[in-house]
Design a binder for this molecule. Structure first.
Ligand code: ACO
Ligand code: HSE
Length: 352
């Protein structure tokens, strides 16, 4: 394993990597997965204690990145996506916990992905190999090895991050002491694959405009019908667009400005392939491997990953607690309902 630079050195140009952040430490390391040179960009908050027992791994969703906390700014296209969870007096207080957040394998914010340079000196682009959620976790295991963390005090994730958190607890149970799976399924369903299929077709037709279409489709699955009705109704703007149409246009435009369509496609395919039970005798058999103290939580209005999918996970893990986040916002509540999510994290970590 070759160790990469630390803060302050010139970061690699590819993949949207930028300089350090005053609220956290942005780092990267290089290693190798079979056949794939690997760089992982990650951020940390707090200090690893001498016993190496206070490390918490936070795993982001589809278009998230390592920037869990801190303001938006140069190099941070969005503010910290769980900003309310990390900081003094918050559930993940850096005075107590060493918080680590990697950008996912296949992503576009510093970790190896389609916008990275391939061994032939050209960007990978569409040639980037298909990766699975298991590959992504294998890469994160290399990061944990590098950091000298044999077991995480907690692994936390929502949505695609929840898929990886679950995969961690199943594939290396002895390295996960406690686990929060939020708004994620044990396996992607026909509905998920169908929604993703339409998005992937749009990107195949035209990467940039197609990703805008993909985001519109996806964003609808992240919110709820009553919320859209209450916020936008049938209102038409001065420019002639329905207000809800304009809202989706806005989210599409914002994503197009900050995200790589090839990464979007690679990560979407990885989510399609997510099935924690594949090759392990099925979901129940896979879940029975988990030894972590576990909280599985869903959102009562989530139409993408409905509550029954988290109930299934909780039912399969010995001693798991099942919790419901109450929200009108649907799937995106895992990002919005920070107080409720913070309470879940606090519950998980107390006496942990
Ligand atoms: C772990 C991760 O996933 S990290 C990545 C998270 N971030 C993203 O995914 C970015 C996309 N954004 C989102 O998904 C959501 O905005 C969330 C979950 C982050 C926050 O949700 P909310 O606070 O409910 O924001 P909401 O969905 O209402 O969007 C607000 C935006 O829509 C804009 N907007 C609202 N109505 C309209 C309209 N009729 N026309 C145009 N724009 C509109 C607002 O001006 C605001 O713009 P801004 O974000 O540029 O300031
Ligand atoms: N808004 C989130 C939702 C997906 O879970 C994202 O873009 O990652």
């Amino acid at each position: 394993m070759r160790i990469g630079s630390t803060v302050g050195e010139t970061p690699p140009a590819a993949g949207g990597w930028r300089e350090g952040d005053p609220n956290g430490r942005r780092l990267w390391f290089t290693g190798e997965l079979p056949g794939l040179p690997l760089r992982i960009a990650y951020e940390t908050w707090g200090t690893l204690n001498a016993a190496r027992s206070n490390a918490v791994l936070v795993l982001h969703a589809l278009t998230g990145d390592s920037h869990v906390a801190g303001p938006a700014g140069p190099g941070h296209p969005t503010p910290g996506w769980w900003d309310g969870l990390v900081g003094p007096g918050r559930a993940l207080d850096p005075a107590e916990w060493f918080v680590v957040a990697p950008n996912v394998l296949g992503g576009c914010q510093g970790t190896t992905g389609p916008s990275s340079t391939a061994p032939d000196g050209r960007p990978w682009g569409r040639r980037f190999p298909a990766v699975t959620v298991r590959d992504q976790v294998a890469a994160e295991v290399l990061l944990a090895d590098f950091l000298g963390i044999s077991a995480w005090a907690a692994v936390l994730g929502g949505s695609m991050g929840g898929m990886r958190a679950l995969e961690w607890a199943v594939s290396v149970p002895d390295r996960v002491q406690s686990l929060l799976v939020l708004a994620a399924p044990a396996a992607s369903t026909a509905e998920h694959i169908a929604l993703a299929s339409a998005q992937l077709h749009a990107i195949a037709l035209d990467p940039v405009r197609g990703m805008g279409v993909a985001r519109r489709i996806a964003h609808l699955s992240y919110r709820t019908e009553p919320e859209l009705a209450a916020r936008f109704g049938r209102r038409v703007q001065e420019d002639g667009r329905y207000a809800v149409e304009s809202y989706l246009d806005h989210h599409a435009d914002k994503l197009v400005r900050r995200f790589d369509p090839d990464s979007y496609a690679v990560l979407t395919r990885a989510m399609n392939g997510h099935d924690v039970g594949a090759g392990r005798g099925g979901v129940r058999a896979a879940l029975s491997r988990v030894t972590a103290r576990t909280v599985v939580a869903g959102i009562d209005s989530d139409r993408l990953y409905p509550l029954a999918q988290q109930e299934e996970i909780a039912a399969g893990i010995a001693g798991a607690e099942f919790r419901v986040v109450t929200s009108p916002y649907g799937h995106d509540a895992f990002l919005i309902e920070v107080d409720q999510v913070g309470a879940l994290v606090g519950e998980l970590l107390k006496d942990g």
